[in-house]
Design a protein around this ligand. Structure first.
Ligand SMILES: N[C@H](CCC[C@H](N)C(=O)O)C(=O)O
Length: 285
């Protein structure tokens, strides 16, 4: 079957975006995985699907599939690409839209300077809701944050657990470039204490308004940027008393600006979204 797509990225986190309003999109996990394959397919960290909204007061529905073919709850960089896509395609004339996702409603807004700001909703901080199995672990408190000891290979990593609709394990490291992201990332992603796996964030504190961040993403491996990962990292850093809002998050793919006013408040993420090319893939049935 032939499927039209737009290749996009948000700070180097790259996407294949599909319009499921004007074409029928019902694919199996193996087909999603093939689209994401960087040699046998188009290549992407995630696939984003634009659908008609189901609920009232919502403009669109947004579904997200990781490169491993699994559907997931949220994608921050993807939300920025989403609003650029529906605007460029004339699917809306609004600059601020309400988008229904598997984990709730987010509100991306196209700014005058072309960047996009997204209300990502409030973080979820209860371990069981991340979900994270903290049974029999001795946590420690830092500021308002709870840190958990996670055995990874031959060491213990002290992590914050935060959900932005999708699960994140955030640790502070002294130097992101020296951090064992590719070695520890998959071990954290598949750690048995994360029943739905997890995105593993490695954050270096530069100063109270600047961090470096690398994320080994669930279902995609290390990406050049992770929007929800940047949100989760800043929430953890503010709760630990290490950061003050807003925070510039330097990733390998670019800078994301994250603002958060504290528990129960939404995390606001601002960053770029770029359309790279249009294409059509001939997908085997
Ligand atoms: N790998 C993530 C989904 C994509 C998130 C990321 N690309 C972002 O920008 O938030 C997960 O499995 O939860």
């Amino acid at each position: 079957m032939k499927i039209k797509f737009t290749k996009m990225h948000g700070a180097g986190n790259d996407f294949v975006v599909l319009d499921a309003i004007n074409q029928a999109i019902f694919l199996r996990p193996d087909q999603w995985k093939l689209i994401a394959d960087r040699r046998f397919g188009v290549g992407a960290d995630q696939m984003l699907v634009v659908e008609k909204a189901h609920g009232d007061g919502v403009d669109f529905r947004y579904r997200i599939y990781n490169a491993d073919g699994g559907e997931v709850e949220q994608c921050g960089n993807g939300a920025r690409a989403f609003v650029k896509f529906v605007t460029d395609k004339g699917l809306t004339d609004k600059r601020a839209i309400r988008v229904e996702t598997m984990s709730g409603i987010i509100e991306p807004r196209l700014e005058e300077d072309g960047r996009i700001t997204v209300d990502m909703g409030a973080p979820i901080l209860t371990p069981a809701e991340v979900p994270f199995d903290s049974a029999s672990l001795e946590s420690r408190t830092e500021g308002q944050d709870t840190l958990w000891p996670l055995d990874v290979a031959d060491k213990t990593n002290w992590i914050s657990v935060v959900s932005m609709g999708n699960p994140h394990a955030v640790q502070v490291v002294t130097d992101t470039e020296a951090a064992p992201v590719l070695q520890d990332g998959p071990l954290i992603e598949h750690h048995p204490r994360f029943p739905r796996r997890v995105n593993a964030g490695f954050m270096q504190i530069v100063d109270r308004h600047h961090v470096n961040l690398r994320v080994y993403e669930r279902g995609a491996g290390e990406t050049l940027a992770c929007g929800t990962g940047a949100c989760a990292a800043v929430v953890a850093g503010i709760r630990r008393g290490l950061l003050d809002s807003p925070v510039a998050v330097q990733t390998h793919g670019g800078v994301l600006s994250i603002a958060w006013q504290g528990a129960g408040q939404p995390v606001m993420m601002t960053g770029p979204a770029v359309s790279v090319f249009e294409g059509e893939i001939d997908l085997p049935d």
